[in-house]
Ligand binder design. Structure first.
Ligand SMILES: [Fe+2]
Length: 298
């Protein structure tokens, strides 16, 4: 019943043209008009990894978690129901809209919308970045990772471990204020059934945009550097300069998306062997770089 990977992310937008420009011209994703007036943002051989739907606000909507097959999907839904979690099975048309054979939705204990699916369609078209990105590290590792708000951190962490098969990778404890007596910010990093260092991280605070950030991993450092230059040239808000994270060793920068959350664009992320991995505890988020911009409201 363990989640296999992060399959897709759903984003709501009042301005699809902004996403078309941002994703295509800055990130180097393939952008395609989708049924219902949505946008498909493609980073590999799946029809989309990001689905941008037209809405009344801008922000993150939901994460789509892939189960290996129908049996794993049904076992996961059964466990959730036994555990008292209300799960809604999507009808065929809704599942089709996610390019999946089976789909169900529920909320995690923090209120984040969780989509579970199996049988993702493939169209076998090749990924060809409009900006020459050599490719993204996806496949069995999923699209990347997502960082979600969870003010009730312990309860939400337990939910993902108990019902969706996640396990600990790292716990980051960060001193966010100049006063050492202030409490540390605790962030939980978890993996699912693939070698990506973390597919999900939880941060104990509410987030207006619905997610803190999503991460895509390009194949090369040059892909990251060229994307960084494109984002700067386009005048996008660089939320963080290029740096290397301590826990997953990702070399990345962060750019604020039209959805208000950030996109981490990185490379060289760690892929641990879970059979020998001992979860780490990190007291710094980066070993170099990653200078963060002041909050947008400052
Ligand atoms: Fe990240």
């Amino acid at each position: 019943m363990a989640v296999a990977s992060l399959g897709y992310l759903v984003i709501e937008s009042t301005d699809l043209a902004a996403w078309r420009k941002f994703a295509g011209e800055q990130l180097g994703f393939m952008v395609k008009d989708a049924p219902g007036g949505a946008l498909w943002l493609r980073t590999d051989d799946r029809p989309f990894r990001f689905l941008v739907v037209r809405g009344t606000k801008d922000g993150f909507v939901s994460a789509g978690w892939e189960l290996a097959d129908e049996a794993a999907f049904e076992a996961c839904l059964a466990a959730l129901q036994v555990g008292g979690h209300a799960v809604t099975r999507a009808d065929a048309a809704t599942a089709q809209g996610r390019c999946a054979h089976g789909l169900a939705t529920l909320k995690d204990p923090a209120g984040n919308v969780v989509e579970l699916f199996h049988g993702r369609f493939r169209d076998y078209a090749q990924f060809a970045s409009p900006q020459g990105v050599s490719g993204f590290v996806t496949g069995d590792l999923g699209l990347g990772h997502v960082v979600l708000p969870a003010p009730n951190l312990a309860e939400t962490e337990t939910f993902y471990k108990t019902f969706l098969g996640f396990a600990d990778t790292d716990e980051m404890r960060l001193q966010m204020s100049p006063n050492p007596a202030d409490p540390l910010l605790v962030i939980k990093f978890m993996h699912c059934a693939n070698p990506r260092h973390h597919s999900l991280a939880l941060i104990p605070m509410p987030v207006t945009a619905g997610a803190v950030h999503a991460m895509v991993e390009a194949r090369t450092l040059n892909d990251v550097g060229f994307a960084y230059d494109r984002c700067i040239a386009a005048g996008s808000r660089i939320a963080s300069t290029i740096g290397r994270h301590s826990n997953d060793e990702m070399v990345s920068f962060y750019v604020t998306t039209p959805g208000g959350f950030d996109m981490e664009f990185g490379c060289m992320g760690l892929q641990p062997d879970w059979s020998t991995w001992v979860p780490t505890r990190s007291l710094v988020s980066s070993i170099w770089g990653h200078q963060w911009a002041p909050p947008p409201s400052a």
